[in-house]
Design a protein around this ligand. Structure first.
Ligand code: GLU
Length: 420
C-alpha cells in the first residue's frame, strides 16, 4: 500500500481491473497467456454521432462499447450516460461484467457501453435522440446472440425501449432480446427494476446470518440514491433495518434514529432529498465514514480509497456500485476486519434478472414476479456461499474468492473452445 500523501494512488479503473485479475490468477496458477487474454477486452468500439438538440444546434457525442470476453456466451452489460465516462472506465466495467457473470454462472461474457453526456440536462426528446443515435452507432456489433446491453448509471427502461425499437427497425424484425431492462409492455421482465438491489439485499442477509445479527439492531448507510441505492434502502427498511443515512450527487442526510425511506424517495422524485425535515445534512465523504454496521456504496467507482479507508467504520460493505473500492483500500479494510461483499457478487442481481429477461424474450413466454424473485434468490445465495467458502479456504478476501471462481469458469470455457 502507498503511504498516504507519499505516492499518488492509481485510480485508473482499467488498471485496477487488471490488478484484480493478477491477484486471483496467481492464486489459481493460471498460465500467463490466459491472464493476458483476460486483461484486455476482445473488442472496443469508439463512436461519435451527431444529435440535433432542441435549440436547433447539432451536438456531436462520444460513445464506447467494450466487449471483454465471449468464451461463455454473448457479451452482456449496461450502457451508462455520464459526463465523466472514459474509454478506460468502460473497458474496466466490461471486464467486471465478465467476472460478475462468471461468479453467478450465467452463460455470458462481459460488455459495457457509455456515452459522454449529462442526461439530466436533456429534454425528453433530446434524450430519445441521443439514445437512438448511440444504438444506431453500435447496432452492427450488438444483437441477441452477440452482445446485449442493459441499463446502468443514468439510463432507464424507457431508454432501453427506444434502443430496442431502433435496433428492431434497423434489422427489420422485432428483437426484444437485443437489450434488457426494457419496459414490461415490450418484453421487460417483472422484477428487473429492483433486481440489483434485491440481489444485494440477499447477499447482506447471508452475511447477517453468518454474523448472527438481526435487522432491527443494524444501521445502514447508502451512498447513491439511484435505481440500486434507492431500492436497496427501501427493501432494507421494509425488513426492519435502520437506514440512517442516504445521499445522492447533491449531498446526504443523516439521522442516527433512522430515516423514513418512503418519504426520502418521494422527495427525490418531487424536489431534493436534502429537503428531508428530520435529518442532519452531510457530505458524501462524511456518509462513507459514519459509524454504521453496513455501508452500501451505490454510485460510482473509487469512493473508498487509500485516502479514507482507515476511517471507514462500517463492519460490512456491500458494493451495489461497480468498482467503489480500490485495491489499496481493500488491503486496509481487510486488515481492519471489514467484510467487503464485492461488486461482482453484491450487484450481480441486475444482470441475473437481465438473463431471465433475455431467456423470456427468446422463449416468448413470461414469468410471474414471484418466480423471477425466487430464481434470483437461489442464484444469489448459491453464489454468495460459494464465494464465502472459497475465500475461507484460501484465506483471501471475498473479492479475490469471487475472481477465482469467475476466472476459473472463463478459463475452462476458453479451454473447451480450444482458445488456450
Ligand atoms: N448495469 C448493470 C451492471 O452493472 C446491469 C447489466 C445487465 O443487466 O446486463 O451489472
Amino acid at each position: 500500500m502507498h503511504a498516504i500523501g507519499v505516492e499518488k494512488e492509481n485510480l485508473n479503473p482499467f488498471q485496477i481491473a487488471q490488478q484484480q485479475i493478477d491477484a486471483a490468477a496467481s492464486l489459481l496458477g493460471l498460465p500467463k497467456h490466459v491472464t493476458e487474454i483476460l486483461k484486455h477486452p476482445k473488442r472496443v468500439l469508439s463512436v461519435t454521432f451527431p444529435v440535433k438538440m432542441d435549440d436547433g444546434t447539432i451536438r456531436v457525442f462520444q460513445g464506447y462499447r467494450s466487449q471483454h470476453n465471449d468464451a461463455l456466451g454473448p457479451t452482456k452489460g449496461g450502457i451508462r450516460f455520464h459526463p465523466d465516462v472514459t474509454m478506460d472506465e468502460v473497458k474496466a466495467l466490461s471486464m467486471w461484467m465478465s467476472f460478475k457473470c462468471g461468479v453467478v454462472g450465467l452463460p455470458y461474457g462481459g460488455g459495457k457501453g457509455g456515452v459522454v453526456c449529462d442526461p439530466r440536462q436533456f429534454s425528453k426528446g433530446e434524450l430519445e435522440r441521443v439514445s437512438r443515435g448511440f444504438m444506431e452507432a453500435i447496432a452492427d456489433i450488438v444483437g441477441p446472440e452477440k452482445d446485449i446491453p442493459a441499463p446502468d448509471v443514468y439510463t432507464t427502461p424507457q431508454i432501453m425501449g427506444w434502443m430496442m425499437d431502433t435496433y428492431s427497425r434497423l434489422k427489420g424484425s422485432y428483437s426484444p432480446g437485443v437489450i434488457t431492462g426494457k419496459p414490461l409492455i415490450v418484453g421487460g421482465s417483472k422484477g428487473r427494476n429492483e433486481a440489483t438491489a434485491r440481489g444485494c439485499v440477499f447477499t447482506i442477509e447471508e452475511a447477517m446470518k453468518d454474523a448472527g445479527r438481526v435487522p432491527q439492531e443494524t444501521a445502514v448507510a447508502v451512498q447513491g440514491f439511484g435505481n440500486a441505492g434507492k431500492t436497496a434502502a427501501k427493501l432494507l427498511a421494509e425488513q426492519g433495518y435502520k437506514v440512517v443515512a442516504v445521499s445522492d450527487s447533491t449531498g446526504g442526510i443523516y439521522n442516527p434514529n433512522g430515516l423514513d425511506v418512503e418519504r426520502v424517495s418521494q422527495l427525490k422524485e418531487t424536489a431534493s432529498i436534502l429537503q428531508y425535515e428530520d435529518a442532519q445534512q452531510i457530505s458524501n465523504a462524511e456518509l462513507l465514514e459514519l459509524d454504521v454496521d453496513i455501508l452500501i456504496p451505490a454510485a460510482l467507482e473509487n469512493v473508498i480509497t487509500a485516502a479514507n479507508a482507515e476511517r471507514i467504520r462500517a463492519r460490512v460493505i456491500a458494493e451495489a456500485a461497480n468498482g467503489p473500492t480500490t485495491p489499496d483500500a481493500d488491503a486496509v479494510l481487510r486488515k481492519k476486519g471489514v467484510l467487503v461483499i464485492p461488486d461482482i457478487l453484491a450487484n450481480a442481481g441486475g444482470v441475473t434478472v437481465s438473463y431471465f429477461e433475455w431467456v423470456q424474450n427468446l422463449m416468448n413466454y413470461y414469468w410471474s414476479e414471484e418466480e423471477v424473485n425466487e430464481k434470483l434468490r437461489t442464484a444469489m445465495v448459491e453464489a454468495y456461499r460459494a464465494v464465502r467458502d472459497l475465500a475461507g479456504k484460501y484465506e483471501v478476501d471475498m473479492r479475490t474468492g469471487a475472481y477465482m471462481i469467475a476466472l476459473l469458469r472463463i478459463a475452462q470455457g476458453m479451454e473447451a473452445r480450444g482458445w488456450i
